[in-house]
Design a protein around this ligand. Sequence first.
Ligand SMILES: Nc1nc2c(c(=O)[nH]1)N[C@H]1C(S)=C(S)[C@@H](COP(=O)(O)OP(=O)(O)OC[C@H]3O[C@@H](n4cnc5c(=O)[nH]c(N)nc54)[C@H](O)[C@@H]3O)O[C@H]1N2
Ligand SMILES: Nc1nc2c(c(=O)[nH]1)N[C@H]1C(S)=C(S)[C@@H](COP(=O)(O)OP(=O)(O)OC[C@H]3O[C@@H](n4cnc5c(=O)[nH]c(N)nc54)[C@H](O)[C@@H]3O)O[C@H]1N2
Ligand code: SF4
Ligand SMILES: [Mo]
Length: 793
Amino acid sequence: MSRTALRICPLCEATCGLTLTLSRTNEGATGTPGTTGTTGTPGTTVTGARGDRDDVFSRGFICPKGAAFGAVDADPDRLRTPLVRRAGRLEEASWQEAFDAIADALPALTRQYGPQSTGVVLGNPNVHTMAGALYPPMLLKALGTRNLFTASTLDQMPKHVSSGLLFGDPFAIPVPDLDRTDFLLLLGANPLDSNGSLCTAPDFPGRLRALRARGGTLVVVDPRRTRTAALADRHLAPRPGTDALLLAALAHTLLAEKLADPGPLAPHLHGLSELPDALAAFTPEAVAPRCDLDAAAIRDLARALAAAPTAAVYGRMGSCTVEHGTLASWLVDVLNILTGNLDRPGGALFPLSATAPAPRPAGPGKGFALGRWTSRVSGHPEAKSELPLAALAEEIDTPGEGRIRALIAIAANPVLSAPDGRRLDAALAGLDFMVSVDPYLNETSRHAHVVLPPPAPAQSAHFDFAFNGFAVRNQVRFTPPAVPLEDGRMDECEIHARLVLAVSGLHGTADPDAVDDMAVRAALTRATADPASPLHGDDPTRLAGLLTGSTGPLRRLDMMLRLGPYGDQFGAVHQFGSYDDRPGPYDGQPAPYDGRPGPGGTRAAAEVLTLDRLLSAPHGIDLGPLQPRLPDVLRTRSGGVELLPDPVAAELPRLREALTGRPAALVLVGRRHLRSNNSWLHNVPALTGGSNRCTLQVHPEDAARLGLADGGRARVTADGGSVDVPVEVTDAVRTGVVSLPHGWGHDRPGTRLSVASAAPGANVNQLLDGRLLDPLSGTAVLNGFPVELAPLD
Ligand SMILES: Nc1nc2c(c(=O)[nH]1)N[C@H]1C(S)=C(S)[C@@H](COP(=O)(O)OP(=O)(O)OC[C@H]3O[C@@H](n4cnc5c(=O)[nH]c(N)nc54)[C@H](O)[C@@H]3O)O[C@H]1N2
Ligand SMILES: Nc1nc2c(c(=O)[nH]1)N[C@H]1C(S)=C(S)[C@@H](COP(=O)(O)OP(=O)(O)OC[C@H]3O[C@@H](n4cnc5c(=O)[nH]c(N)nc54)[C@H](O)[C@@H]3O)O[C@H]1N2
Ligand code: SF4
Ligand SMILES: [Mo]
C-alpha cells in the first residue's frame, strides 16, 4: 500500500512543494534501483516525488532534482549513526558517546585557549533546514567566538553589505517583481539551471517565459550563452569581472542624459546629488573597452531601462563573487533607485516574511557597520559578523595567540567549496578537535573527531525561515516530517540543541527543550519590554504558556509567527487588520505568471497567523503580492536611503583604476548544472552523468590557439595550483573565457561517497590561493580570475 505526504523541497532556493509517494517495501512497492531505498521506519520508502499542484506558491512545479528526492533521501552512503574518532579512526558510536566526546573536549579547549580558539563554519544547507535557522546563533553565543565563517563569503555577502550600507539592514534585499515587471535586466545569474537565488521563485523559467509572453523584455548579461541567455531578448557577453563598470556606465548615462527619476523615492534619498561626480569617470565610452562591449549598446540599454514602464535590475553569483562584487551589488540597487523602480510593483520590492520581526514605524535605526573587528592573520575586516571563509585555513595553520584549534562545521564542505582545498585539508587534519554535523563522510567531515548525522530529509519537518524573506510572493508554508524518525536517528534540531548544551558545559544536566525555552523566553522578554510592541508590559511566562507546537522548535515557530507581521500578537491586537483590507490577490494587478489565481478562499481566510492556523493549511497560505515597504524597512542612522555610503565612496577609486588595467588573456568562470547542487549531490546516480559533468568549456577560437581538442585533456593553472580536466569545445562561452563547475574533486581517501568517488572530477577551487577577495565583503573571487591553459595529450 502506498500513501502520499507533502514535503517542501530543500534542494534549492525555489522551495517547491512536493508530493511524495511513500510505500511499504515489505508490501512489494520497491520501485526501480537508484530511485528508492529504505528510509524512515524500516520498510517505508519514498518511491516517487511530483510537484504539489495545490501548493500556493509552486503550483505543481518540480525540476529533476526534486523528482529525484527519493534517491537523495535513500542514498545508502548516508551515515546512520554518529561517528567518533578513537585511536585515530572514525568508528560508529551512540549519540551519548558522541555528545560525551564533545562535552569532554570543547569546554576544556575554551578554558585553556580562550573562546576564539573554536571556529564555526556554516555551509549552504543551513538555509534549507529548520535547525540551521534556529540554533547557530545560540551556538555562537554559547561559544563566545568571533571566528565565524559561512558560505556567504563564497556567495552573496556583497549583497548583504550593499543592503546594509544602503538601507541599514543587511537582510533588506529587494527582489525583482518577476510576475509583474515589464523589463528584467539580469546579470550573472542562470536561473534556468540554478532555479534562482536571492529571488525565491518556483518555476523561475516559467516566470521568465511569462514575462516575455506578456510583452516584457529580458536582458541577460553573462559571458556564457546560458540557457537563460538563450531565452532573452538581448544577451550581452562582457568580459567577466566587469559588471561594476557596466552598471556604473548605465547609472552614468541615466544621470548625464537626465533620465534618472526616482519619483516618490526622492524624499528618502541621501547623497543623490553626489552621485554624478562619483560616477563621472564611468562613461560608456570609458568602460566599453574594458567590458569588451559596444558603448552604443550600453547607452541603448540605459535608455531602454529608463523607458520601461516598470523594470528591475537583478544581479547574482556572477556579479557578486567577483573583484568588485560589493560595488556591483550596490550599483544594481542604485539603478533600481534612479529609475524609480525600487519599492514599486513591477520593480524591485522588499518581501515581508511571516517570521520577520513585525514592521516598526519609520525612523533612524542602528545602521550597519563594517570592520568592527578584523581577522587575526591577514586583518580582513568582518562583514555581518563573519570573516572570509577563504581565510579559514590560515586562521588554523598560522601559529600564534588566538589560533583556531577546534572547529564546528555544520552542513559545510569547504575543502571543496572554498579556495585552496589542499591547504584547508591539511589545516583541518591538524586541529585539536573537530565536529561535523553532516549526513555524509566527505572531504571535510573525514577530518572530524565527531560526526553527527542528521536524518534523511523525508524525516525532517520543513519551514523556510530564510527564503520567505527573498520570495517573489509573500506566502507561508510548513511541512511536517513525511516519514517518522527512524529508530536510532535524532532530529537535526535536537542535534543542534544538544550541541549547544555540550559546548555550554550543560550536557547531561539539561534537556534539549531547555535550549528552545531559553530562546522563547529571551524573545518574549524583549517583546514585552519594547514600548512599540502591542505586548508591552505583558508577562513572558503567560505568553510562553499560550504557545502551541509539539516540539521545542515548533513552539519557537509558533512564537515567531505570532510576533511576526501577519501574527495574532497573542491576541493583543489584530495588527494586520489592514492586511485583510488589502485588495484581493490580483485586483488591479496583471495576472500572475500562469494566469491561475491562488486556491480560492485561502486569502480571505488568512486571518491572523499562528502555528495552528498554518498547520491547518497543508499547501500553505498565500499572503499576496509584494507590497511597497519604504520607509519602514530603512534602518540607517539617518533613517533614509544612503545612496553613496562612505565605504563605497572609498572603494570607487579602485574601480576607476580598473578602467586602465590590462585585462588577463584568459579568465575562468563557473557554471551550475540543473541536476547538481554544489558539492553534495554527486553521490546520487539519478543526478550524475549527462550534462552534469566536470568539463572545461573552451571557445573554439581559444581551443585552436592553444592546441586543445574537444574530448582531450588540459592542465589549468592559476595562483593556487593546477588541475587536469577534460576539454569541451563550445561557443557557449565567449572568447577569453573558460568555464569549470565547482563542487568536484571527490578523490580524497577516507570518505564514504561510493558513487561520487568513482567519477571524482577536479576541484576548480584548487586554482585559488584564498588571497583574491572583494575587499568590502571578504567574498572570494570565484569568477573571472586569470588562468593559463596547456594541452595534456
Ligand atoms: N568555484 C566556485 N566555488 C563555489 C561556488 C561557485 O559558484 N564556484 N559556489 C559557492 C556557493 S554559492 C556556495 S553556497 C558554496 C556551498 O558550499 P558549502 O556551503 O560547503 O555547501 P555544499 O558544498 O553544498 O556542502 C553541503 C554540506 O552539507 C551537507 N548536508 C546536506 N544536507 C544536509 C542537512 O540536511 N543537514 C546537514 N547538517 N548537512 C547537510 C552535505 O553532505 C555537505 O557536506 O560553494 C561555493 N563555492
Ligand atoms: N542546479 C543547481 N542549482 C543551484 C545550485 C547548484 O549548485 N546547482 N546552487 C545553489 C546556490 S548555493 C546558489 S548561490 C545559486 C546560484 O545561482 P545563480 O546566481 O543563478 O548562479 P550560477 O548558476 O552560478 O550563474 C552565475 C552566472 O554568472 C556568469 N558569470 C560569471 N562571471 C560573470 C561576470 O563577471 N559577470 C556576469 N554578468 N556573469 C558572470 C556565469 O557564466 C553563470 O552563468 O544556485 C542555487 N541553485
Ligand atoms: S526547483 Fe527543483 S531542486 Fe529547487 S526546490 Fe524546486 S524541485 Fe527542488
Ligand atoms: Mo550559494
